[in-house]
Design a protein around this ligand. Structure first.
Ligand SMILES: [Zn+2]
Length: 410
């Protein structure tokens, strides 16, 4: 690996925008808020030192680069130069000049020149391979590396053997990422960790290390072992071919979604439509990502946040799983509960509540009052006792008194 560090004027960095790829597949989508972007520009205008960028050279004549680190900073600079946002209205003067609310164009010339020539350190890495870059990316991001899985693969014990076997599951042939540095082993270990916990849980390296130690005698004929295989085999059936949308975090989310579907719903009704549903979900996601933060739907903005930060945390996984499940129930409102159970699931309730905009749909005792999440009931439109199914389609939001009086009249 060759590396070479030089200060690049911002105007030069802006000028070669088209030749710099901010989205190599190990990168995360852009997530900085406008306030964070403004803060960076403000720091540069005030001549604070800013952390250096790392680029990998991927071509010459003209030179081309992949961003290994500094994607958010880079986008913030480009967008400011391109006029996508302005400095905050309450920005302090610089050298006696008023810059409050200024776009790049409207900056006083002296100040704009200062920004144009601000020297941002760029380290250009040459002569390296994909694995080395990934390793470097992970080190720069959070100090942990994929080497952790390599170490776990050297652990003694039957959990290691089980994970190893699972990582060879046919489904991994369909995912959109490579098995470099035992990524499939890592994901397989994470899925086992989730299964053992019965749902979303922290799946960071420390959690996986603990699992390997605790389950050193893991029985690969146990029900847990079988339970891990069920969603994976179903995913293998659902996905007919290699699918680029199957990113690492999506494999984890989909595993949780499918496991939940298998536990709670009559899955046969929709099995053949799941592939199309997933591709559609991803296409909405891409559309939403192209919108500015003000135009995008708030729930997609928070979803984007959850897929961009600490995706191995219980909180992120649970949020992603619930968001996907809700989208699925909105798409298939007739999906019914297993064994014709009467209780609506948590996700069914959220889906009904949101669809009905939290308003009582009966309106016999109230006049369609606004309900709160703590105080409402999910009513079977056709009563369960009369053969009504427990589905989103047959559910409606109602207040307690309307629901009670409906019960009494039937
Ligand atoms: Zn009511």
């Amino acid at each position: 690996m060759n590396s070479n560090k030089k200060p690049w004027p911002l105007i030069t960095i802006y000028g070669i925008k088209e030749r710099v790829n901010t989205n190599p597949d190990y990168q995360r989508p852009a997530v900085w808020t406008v306030a964070q972007k403004q803060m960076l520009i403000d720091s540069m205008l005030r001549e604070y030192d800013v952390p250096k960028l790392y680029w990998r050279k991927t071509g010459t004549k003209p030179d081309r680069y992949d961003v290994v680190d500094g994607q958010q900073r880079l986008r913030a600079v480009w967008e400011f130069f391109g006029g996508s946002y302005k400095l905050p209205k309450d920005a302090d003067h610089i050298d006696g000049e008023d810059i409050a609310g200024c776009s790049y164009e409207l900056l006083p010339d002296e100040i704009r020149m200062k920004l144009d020539t601000y020297p941002l350190d760029v380290v250009v890495i040459d002569d390296t391979d994909e694995d080395e870059i990934r390793e470097m990316f992970l080190r720069l991001q959070n100090g942990t590396t994929l080497r952790a899985q390599e170490k776990r693969n050297a652990y003694p014990g039957r959990m290691r053997d089980f994970v190893k076997k699972l990582s060879a599951h046919q489904f991994f042939g369909k995912v959109g990422f490579q098995n470099s540095r035992y990524t499939y082993d890592l994901i397989a270990a994470q899925l086992v960790c989730i299964e053992l916990a019965g749902g979303p849980v922290n799946i960071k390296n420390a959690d996986l290390n603990k699992m390997y130690k605790k389950h050193i005698d893991f029985d690969d004929k146990s029900s847990e072992a079988k339970n891990v295989n069920r969603p994976l085999s179903l995913l293998d059936k659902i996905f007919p071919e290699k699918t680029p949308e199957l990113t690492r975090y999506n494999v984890i989310t989909l595993y949780c979604v499918i496991a939940e579907l298998l536990r709670q719903y009559v899955l046969d009704e929709i099995k053949n439509d799941l592939y199309r549903w997933f591709l559609n979900f991803e296409s909405i996601k891409r559309d939403q990502e192209e919108k500015s933060e003000d135009e995008a739907l708030p729930e997609w903005v928070s979803y984007k946040e959850k897929i961009s930060h600490s995706t191995d945390s219980a909180d992120s996984i649970r949020h992603r799983m619930e968001f996907m499940l809700r989208n699925l129930l909105e798409t298939f409102p007739a999906l019914s509960r297993k064994d014709n159970q009467r209780d609506f699931t948590h996700i069914q309730k959220i889906t009904v509540f949101r669809r009905d905009k939290g308003v009582c749909q009966l309106g016999t005792k109230c006049d369609g009052k606004k309900l709160t999440w703590d105080d409402w009931q999910c009513d079977h439109i056709i009563p369960w006792s009369k053969g009504g199914k427990t589905t989103v389609e047959n559910g409606q939001a109602s207040c307690a008194s309307c629901n009670l009086s409906k019960g009494n009249t039937l």
